[in-house]
Design a protein around this ligand. Sequence first.
Ligand code: PMP
Ligand code: GLU
Length: 405
Amino acid sequence: MSQATATMNQLSDRINQMQESATIKMSKMSRELKAQGHDVIDLSLGEPDFDTPQYIKDAAKLAIDKGYTKYTPVPGYPELRKAIVQKFKRDNNLDYTVEQIVVSTGAKQSIANVVLSLINPGDEVLLPAPYWVSYAAIAELAEGKCVEIPTTIDSNFKVTADLLEQYITPKTKLMIFSSPCNPTGSVFSHDELKAIAAVVKKHPNLFVLCDEIYEYINFTGQKHTSLAEFSEIKEQVITVNGFSKAFAMTGWRLGYIGAPLFIAKACDKMQGQFTSAPCSITQKAGEAALLGDMTPSFDMVKEFKKRRDLVYGLLKEIPGLKVNLPDGAFYFFFDVSSYFGKTFEGKALNTPEDISLYLLAEGKIALVSGESFGDKNCLRMSYATSEEKLVEACKRIKEGFSKLN
Ligand code: PMP
Ligand code: GLU
């Protein structure tokens, strides 16, 4: 028995069965290549390249000086939760009480808290695909059964109310989706969500986790719609949001939910055993972020839109790719299936993973393969980087594909 097998046998089935996060795996690989001296352009991780706005950093420094260095209440400081209540009212016209808000160490933990609080073994978790990688891993950790609802690029990867209805069974407990969507950049309109809400209303035992972490990165010109705005299903919806994307605060680790009270209480209990609470200093920074002048965030969004338009033009020029224009977030999710079966140095590339590994090795460009997002045809590109790098990246992708036979 190899050393690796022997140690795996000592680990729990739970961890052995868990997939490593594909986004994090790809960024690790590109970091390693960079450390070896290769000029890699890393478009794998969804992380704004901007720095956290100064007013937020100043609030954190002040928090340290004022002694916000102790354990905080488990669901977060009341003043931060109050700021979130105000944000929900201001931006989403949602009425939550402070008790319905739980602040966590990133939206990722918020999602884990909710899923672990709701899912029993065998409960079905609906994932309109493509979906963000960690939804499936977290649902499986809770021993839920993931049920993918496939969508295609031709419908901008959006699940319709009719399609959703076909997948609901008596065992369906939860649906998880994001709008604006990671990995596709799709944004659900008010009417599309209204139709989904009508289906949810018919199934009172169904909950929906609506991940709105890309709320502000929306280029439609239309106001963002939260699923919880449809008051007839508000008690079935958990709204997740966070600071990583809107305020370029990925490293600070702060996310939150607005939820039915019993779910908020369950998440509070859960994180009381897991993390006690998110970092006190980060919480004070988050409060300042929400209550301050959000001009820096809106400037970032303008920049993302410029980059999206640039990259769209460049990707469209690459023969064989099927590309749609994403309405939000900072990703392209393009179809590379016309290249399946082509070869490089005699080796066939049959999956998006094969192609992403080829592009990393040959073109030094890191993208994430669609498989872990529940899609077998696409690659995800994060365009949260400079225009200069994006132009070079698209050139490398084009060259990479042109070398295949
Ligand atoms: N949801 C989605 C859709 C994401 O893309 C991410 C990635 N950051 C998260 C949740 C988690 O965000 P964080 O934990 O950094 O708040
Ligand atoms: N959410 C980002 C992504 O999809 C960051 C990585 C992660 O949290 O998995 O790339």
